[in-house]
Design a protein around this ligand. Structure first.
Ligand code: DAH
Length: 346
């Protein structure tokens, strides 16, 4: 390497870079050119390294030539960028406002909120109202009125987080959204058609499928002459709308919940493999969503509704589970980590 050969190389690099810049057809191509002519793998980057092997008195001149190169290429890039990204108005280049801003990015709703709102829309479309209840619940609403008396083994199905409010009565973070059924029936005359979405809590250790906080949606219908056919039809309609697929099948298998009689576990045919079996449905062809059944007469009596006159059905399911199925998310914890790299994808 001599100063003469370096000068010649920089000259050649300048000519080639200037024509590459001029040829770039759009902003994406221009970025590509920027990398090529100024980046780590560019000719000048190599020249920069070889400066060390020049005689000491030639090094400042080589450095000067290199910065001249960078300056002139930067200038050419900026000019070309203005040409590509701007529009000419009577010979003056003005910014193209349709390009959008480079400042704040627009946020969006959390995935669980998106799922909740979509479900609310479906049920409102079916004539339901949205109901709410407190997250700190008393024993009556979370358990007793739901036909789960103290010391009933069904209590141990739910790992409850009790809250010490200093009162004699026991309070807890609600373990499900079912207490909203009770609160609604205490405050409204039938017929009742409500869905109650919300946060629920259990004494769980965080792992791939469990979280001490999660979300559920409860559905309650009380009317005259409601039967299990109404329950099945409602679930099928909502599942088909939710997964936007008219071929979704439903499956009900006998189960036990103290507040419904008969009770069933509810599952839908896997929307990914149409029931053939795949990773999402653990090769069973079915996806379990939650529980359901006909409201137990004891529950109606507990809230002063005559079970001889009124019947109803209820079901409940988890919201995270629906989002996990829909987007193939493996870990429930990713919903609460608040890592924008995850949340921004949905
Ligand atoms: N509360 C139940 C749970 O958290 C789910 C459930 C089952 C809700 C049956 C219902 C029902 O309304 O009828 O596991």
């Amino acid at each position: 390497m001599t100063i003469a050969s370096i000068t010649a190389e920089i000259d050649a690099a300048t000519t080639s870079a200037v024509s590459l810049v001029a040829e770039a057809a759009d902003l994406v191509a221009l970025e590509e050119v920027r990398r090529e002519v100024l980046g780590k793998r560019s000719v000048v980057a190599k020249i920069k390294v070889s400066i060390k092997s020049l005689p000491a008195q030639d090094r400042p001149e080589a450095g000067r030539l290199l910065s001249l190169y960078s300056e002139s290429i930067e200038e050419a890039l900026t000019a070309r960028q203005a040409q590509l990204g701007g529009i000419e108005v009577s010979g003056v280049s003005v910014p193209d406002l349709s390009l959008g801003s480079h400042g704040l990015e627009r946020g969006h709703l959390h995935l669980v909120t998106q799922v909740r709102r979509q479900l609310e829309d479906i049920f409102v479309g079916l004539g339901y109202k949205i109901a709410e209840g407190p997250e700190v619940e008393d024993d009556w609403h979370n358990f007793e009125a739901l036909n789960i008396p103290p010391a009933h083994p069904a209590r141990s199905m739910q790992d409850t987080l009790y809250v010490d409010l200093g009162a004699e009565e026991q309070f807890m973070l609600r373990t499900h959204t079912s207490p909203v059924q009770i609160r609604t029936m205490e405050n409204q005359e039938p017929p009742i058609y409500v869905v109650a979405p919300g946060r629920t809590y259990r004494n769980e250790t965080l792992d791939a499928r469990h979280s001490p906080i999660f979300h559920q949606m409860e559905c309650l219908a009380i009317d005259k002459n409601l039967t299990m056919a109404d329950l099945f039809g409602t679930i099928e309609t909502f599942a088909r709308q939710l997964f936007d697929d008219d071929t979704v099948q439903t499956r009900f298998r006998s189960d036990f919940f103290p507040y419904t009689e008969p009770s069933a576990e509810l599952a839908v045919s896997c929307v990914f493999c149409s029931g053939v079996g795949c990773r999402v449905c653990s090769h069973t062809g079915w996806i379990e969503l939650g529980g359901c059944g006909m409201v137990d007469p004891a529950v109606l009596s507990a809230v002063g509704i005559d079970p001889e006159k009124w019947q109803g059905f209820a079901f409940g399911f988890g919201l995270e589970r629906i989002a996990m199925i829909r987007y193939g998310i493996d870990e429930i914890r990713t919903f609460y980590d608040n890592d924008l790299r995850f949340l921004a994808q949905y």
